[in-house]
Design a protein. Sequence first.
Length: 456
Amino acid sequence: MPIHLFDSLERTLKPLTPAHPDGVFRFYNCGPTVYAPAHIGNFRTFVVNDVLRRLLELEFGANKVKHVRNLTDVDDRTIGQTQKEKRPLAEITKKWTDKFHADCDALNCLRPHAEPTATGYIKEQVNMIEVLMEKGNAYRAADGSVYFKLESFPGYGALSRIKERELKITNIVADADHKDSVSDFALWKAYKPEEDGDVKWPGPRGASAGRPGWHIECSAMSKSLLGDTIDLHSGGVDLLFPHHENEIAQSECCNGTTFAHHWYHSEHLLVEGTTMSKSKGNYYTLTDLVEKGYSPMAVRYALLMGHPRKQLNFMLDSLRAAESALATLRTFRAAMADSTGLVNVYASVVAALHDDLNTPAALGALFTAINHSKPSDVNAALFDRAMFALGFDLTAPTAPKAEVPAAITALAATRWAAKQAKDFATADALRKELTAAGWSMLDSKTDYKLEPHKKA
Ligand SMILES: [Zn+2]
């Protein structure tokens, strides 16, 4: 069965096939905005898209897939950060680009074949805006900015199914007074010295100097590197509206043809049952989780435990489960040696992934197969291929065992004894002491485990 994936535009499962006669599958995935570390919600999207990239390579061949993922290195947030830190834009975006690359490598995400930056494609963006102005899809506003004229594109709203009335309400922004209609969106933002510092480029013909709007960046980079029509465009569901809707409008009006044959969106991530936020204390970057003692490979595993098109409730318990699942896989693989057994783990894993990227079903199929087989019955080469599809590097470092100080061990032993003796008041008091010292005690019926937690 070919890869079937839900298409957010047509709202149905569709097979993925390269449309271009050269047989190369063209895949564009919106990348990060490099002004801060990406959080694990962002990484859910990137890990899911990495599995997709791997599947495409397995299906069409490694040299028949072109994967582009951009870096947004100029927009309101990156500029806001330069103003806050009083440091040059390039310095800030380089710092967070390097961090993003390190995190992606740790999570075993394949690098895209091209990773364009918005600042590297200013000329291409300006060209596109000029074409849109010539065609009557865009206009210069009084302040020298350029806006996309929404009513010039009757197809607007097809992806998000947003109604005209909701659109007007959603799109009202501070600079609405410069626009012909409140729902028009910015393609080019005229330079404002008090907000933009020294960030500016010469504008499209007839417009002021300034910088591109966020949406045109992806349209221009995609066109430059993949051509007018791509096979698959993906991103997190938070980008569906307005970002992707606006990309369609810009690209289709400029190029006069279909922008993307297929749209794919992965869902939000919740942490411990609620939306992630710094104030709730459930906001995690990869570094936060590594400091808590979890391995990046376990984070990757845990991010694939839920169906990508459903909200995933990410819990620290899932990371513990993921560590132990990976340990099982490592032991099983070691026992397999170079077995040429007949059990084909790859077939069952890839069948689940081809069915709308059902990663939990793939993990289920993997464990069903190994629970019912002896390692020597399993084909090692095909097992390794299944690991490639899921992106599990079984040679990657496991979670480091935290050194438990002797005083903590003693405290824990005393508390355990108190609990066994049903002296719950003492047990509770000792637990508080452990917490204050930065350790969690995880009780089971017969035993306990000590884990470090991040100090507030
Ligand atoms: Zn984008």
